[in-house]
Write a protein that binds this ligand. Structure first.
Ligand code: 13P
Ligand code: SF4
Length: 306
C-alpha cells in the first residue's frame, strides 16, 4: 500500500473510533503499522488486565482469536471485534477436549492449569489460566501438588524446572517458536555476537532456552531491557517484537534470531482489515452465557495474582 493511502485509512480509523466510542487493543506481535494505531499494546497478561478496565462500547482486538475471546469473556456487555477470521493461534487449537477429559479422569486429584492460549471451551475445564509472564506464580499459587498443564509443553518444561509440583504436560506447542527458532540458530548468534545478551520466549524448546540469558514473556522482555548493559540484544520470539523493542529503545541493537519466525494468525490482521472491522462492525466474538461464566472464573482467578 502506498504511503498516502495508508495515511488516509489511518485518518478514517481515528474518525470511526471517535464516532463509535471504540478502542484498539493489540498484541506485541502485530504488524508495525497496527502497533502504531493501537490504544493499548502488550503481552497476553497486560492485555487481559487492560480488558478489565475498558470503558469503550467497542473493542477491536488486533491479536489472535483466543485473545479477543478473553476480552469478550471479561466484557460480555461490550462488542468485541476481531478484524480477520483467520487470526487464530495454532497452539490453542491443539487441545482435544476428549483427551483433556480423559486426563482429568486419569488424574482426579490434579488441578488443570491452562495457558491463556486456549479456546474459551478449554477454559471451562480449567481451574486457573496462566500466561507466559506468570506461569510459575500461577502453578505455585494452587494447593494441589499434581497439575495437568496445557497445551504448551515447552512452557510446561520451563515451569517444571522452577517448581516442586508434579506437572503432567500436554503435548502442544507453538510452531513459530518450536520449529522456526532452532538451537543451531542460537549457537550461530552466540558465535557472531560474543558480547550479546540473549532473550527468548518460554515457548521455545529447551534446547534453545538452555543457551539464553533470560527466558521472558514479550511484556517482560520490554521491561528487562533497561537492566541490560550490552548494546547487542538477540531476541528469540515472533519477529513483530523487534519493532516494539526498537521503538522503545532506539539506542540498542536488537537482532532477531530468526526473521522467519512469523505467526500467520497474528499477521493476518492489517490496517485495512481494522478499518473494515470498525466500519462494518465485524467479526463479532459471540460466546454463550454458560461458557462465559465458567471460563471467566479461571481467568479472574489468575488476575487476582499480583
Ligand atoms: P506473550 O503473552 O508473551 O505476549 O505471548 C503470547 C504468545 O502468543 C506467544 O506466542
Ligand atoms: Fe499462537 Fe504461536 Fe502465534 Fe503465539 S506465536 S499466537 S502461540 S501460533
Amino acid at each position: 500500500m502506498i504511503y498516502f493511502q495508508m495515511m488516509d485509512i489511518i485518518k478514517e480509523i481515528k474518525k470511526l473510533k471517535k464516532e463509535k466510542n471504540a478502542i484498539i487493543m493489540a498484541h506485541n506481535y502485530q504488524r508495525k503499522e497496527v502497533q502504531e494505531i493501537a490504544d493499548y499494546l502488550g503481552d497476553s497478561l497486560e492485555l487481559a488486565r487492560q480488558a478489565t478496565k475498558v470503558k469503550a462500547d467497542i473493542i477491536v482486538f488486533a491479536g489472535v482469536y483466543f485473545m479477543a475471546e478473553t476480552a469478550k469473556i471479561l466484557n460480555p456487555e461490550r462488542v468485541v471485534l476481531i478484524p480477520e477470521k483467520d487470526a487464530t493461534c495454532a497452539m490453542a487449537k491443539m487441545v482435544d477436549i476428549a483427551k483433556l477429559k480423559e486426563l482429568k479422569k486419569q488424574y482426579p486429584e490434579a488441578a488443570v492449569v491452562s495457558y491463556i492460549n486456549t479456546t474459551a471451551e478449554t477454559k471451562t475445564y480449567t481451574d486457573i489460566v496462566c500466561t507466559s509472564a506468570n506461569a510459575v506464580k500461577v502453578v505455585e499459587s494452587i494447593p494441589q501438588k499434581q497439575i495437568i498443564f496445557l497445551p504448551d509443553k515447552n512452557l510446561g518444561e520451563f515451569v517444571r524446572l522452577k517448581t516442586d509440583k508434579e506437572l503432567i504436560l500436554y503435548p502442544g506447542f507453538c510452531y513459530v517458536h518450536q520449529q522456526l527458532i532452532t538451537e543451531k540458530m542460537i549457537l550461530d548468534m552466540k558465535e557472531k555476537y560474543k558480547d550479546g545478551f540473549i532473550m527468548v520466549h518460554p515457548e521455545t524448546p529447551q534446547a534453545v532456552q538452555k543457551h539464553a540469558d533470560a527466558i521472558l514473556s514479550t511484556g517482560q522482555m520490554i521491561k528487562e531491557i533497561k537492566n541490560i548493559k550490552t548494546k547487542n540484544i538477540i531476541v528469540g520470539t515472533e519477529e513483530g517484537m523487534i519493532h516494539r523493542l526498537r521503538k522503545d529503545y532506539p539506542d540498542k541493537n536488537f537482532i532477531p534470531i530468526s526473521l522467519n519466525a512469523k505467526c500467520v494468525g497474528m499477521k493476518a490482521i492489517t490496517i485495512e482489515s481494522i478499518y473494515n472491522s470498525l466500519k462494518f462492525e465485524r467479526y463479532k466474538i459471540e460466546i454463550d452465557k454458560e461458557t462465559i461464566e465458567k471460563a471467566k472464573k479461571s481467568i479472574l482467578r489468575m488476575l487476582e495474582i499480583k
